[in-house]
Ligand binder design. Sequence first.
Ligand code: SAM
Ligand code: SF4
Length: 340
Amino acid sequence: MSAHAPVAVPALVDPFGRAISYVRVSVTDRCDFRCVYCMSEDMTFLPKPDILSLEELDRLCSAFIRLGTRKLRVTGGEPLVRRGIMTLFGSLSRHLDSGALDELTLTTNGSQLARFAAELADCGVKRINVSLDTLDPDKFRAVTRWGDFDKVMAGIDAAQAAGLKIKINTVALKGFNDGEASDLVAWAHGRGFELTFIEVMPLGAVERERFEQFLPLTELRAALERRFTLSPSRHASGGPARYYDVAETGGRLGFITPLSHNFCESCNRVRVTCAGRLYLCLGREDSADLRTPLRRSEGDEALEAAIRAAIARKPKGHDFVIAREGSHASTSRHMSATGG
Ligand code: SAM
Ligand code: SF4
């Protein structure tokens, strides 16, 4: 712990001895895209009074930080479409200044980065994740339904110009970007970005059957190995990705395989929705309401007690299943609701 950190409150440790030091907080369930694997075309969004205000989000994040959170990822929906979002980044940056927080970061679709990249850097954000599934503008429009490829590229340029380190996240989609995987690697590494491929997860109902979208990363990796030499990297992020170094590009490649590889043993994270619901595991329904204790009192004792009580029942792991029949969605909520 940093020399500046306040006197330690006992950290959050779950029943399996895992210290919970990483929180992903969704600041909105809305988005300017409708990625086919993430949202259905006509989504129902939460009514405004259900959504935590920026002040409430700050209180919530600050409570987690007091309880030992060292890394905070702001996500959504699309976090940068939340009105006033820079106020939240600005206020949370005090925890970086004090040394209580190691990292403040975000996951974004990149559409608003041209506008916000410099401000994010000013708020102490050093690295961001940008989701990008294809380099073809037409395919980009098809997979995001509403997205503008050029705008995202301009956003990525702005982020790089602002000095932000960029990691590209690509969801592997059968029959969509499998043929493009090595071009994506060459592009990302050519620009000095890390790239991580993610298997599609069965979260929430979307129009197409999951098995139609699911591309095991073992297959994708085999295709990549026809062009690149991959060797296991010593890099470990503490997260679910497995890393490889690519000899030809000198870059790093991650694979997140929630379906074919179980990464729960080392899980250090929880997620909070924009309505203040704490999910203990991405693949499970169990959750805790933090909004009620947050709104019930001005002090944070009830909120902290609710967080502690929830962590005490964090499950050991998840079990996603994608089968041809009968398991359309293993959780009823979409990734955009839980916060990716
Ligand atoms: N809108 C932002 C973005 O797209 O980066 C942040 C939220 S989005 C829900 C976070 C990540 O979840 C994105 O990288 C997206 O590709 C991924 N994602 C969404 N639905 C998914 C699913 N069903 N399976 C796997 N990844 C998914
Ligand atoms: Fe929006 Fe991100 Fe979901 Fe795409 S993946 S619809 S950009 S929240």
